[in-house]
Design a protein around this ligand. Structure first.
Ligand code: GTP
Ligand code: MG
Length: 207
């Protein structure tokens, strides 16, 4: 997983559980055909979009967590590899986009918490903070969410960001990638890149 990373200095990574819509976001951001799927576990290896003229790429990481037909050991391997990737290239990652499924994230997180387990999303978010990687939380599939503000407040709360979520609008961005509705994500990426004096890369995230 790590060996095949193209030799590009800077990158934006998409990370999160399986089936949340990372590859769909990648497709919308890049305008390139990307394999997406109705079943979890479609992306099995990091997919790097290094078409940019600049020394930059966007990376779609494999999803982890539950996947029908994929055994526990394989799922753990994927997660370990993703964690190792983030750790190894933290200094090169300008922004990590942690993608959540707005419809199911809170239920899955609470199920883990009830069992006394650390939910993947919470773990990953704090891991990215520890690594000092600027992180944007893209809450996808908002087309399936009715109680929008309530749901986003719950997500903020579970991630340790005090509600109301609107205080965190540069971090928590609700989107519907499938319909190409990712404007708030583009805005957040623009803010992050500008803050890091990488305005030269804005053309790759803002269409
Ligand atoms: N309703 C809805 N479905 C979406 C949205 N975005 C993506 N999907 C669907 O969710 C499914 C999974 O999308 P992918 O982009 O393949 O998800 P992924 O996170 O890359 O999945 P892995 O590669 O398994 O980690 C597909 O059927 C998408 O069409 C959205 O905004 N709303
Ligand atoms: Mg994928």
């Amino acid at each position: 997983m790590i060996d095949e990373r193209p030799d590009r200095d800077a990158e934006i990574v998409l990370v999160g559980r399986s089936n949340v819509g990372k590859s769909t976001i990648m497709r919308e951001l890049t305008g390139h055909a990307v394999e997406t799927g109705r079943k979890p576990g479609v992306t099995r290896e990091p997919t790097h979009y290094d078409w940019a003229a600049s020394d930059f790429m966007i990376t779609d990481l494999p999803g982890f967590g539950f996947m029908a037909g994929v055994d526990e050991e394989r799922r753990e391997t994927i997660k370990t590899d993703v964690v190792r990737y983030l750790e190894t290239f933290a200094d090169h990652i300008l922004v990590a986009v942690l993608v959540l499924d707005g419809k199911s994230a809170v239920d899955i997180i609470d199920r883990h918490l009830d069992r006394g387990a650390l939910p993947h999303d919470v773990e990953l978010f704090s891991f990215l903070m520890e690594l000092d990687v600027p992180t944007v939380v893209a809450v996808n599939k908002m087309d399936k969410v009715d109680d929008r503000d309530e749901r986003l407040d719950e997500i903020a709360d579970r991630l340790g960001l005090h509600p109301p979520w609107r205080q965190w609008q540069e971090i928590i961005v609700p989107i519907t990638a499938k319909r190409g509705s990712i404007g708030s994500l583009r805005d957040a990426l623009r803010t992050q890149l500008s803050a890091q004096h990488r305005d030269d890369l804005l053309g790759y995230v803002v269409s």
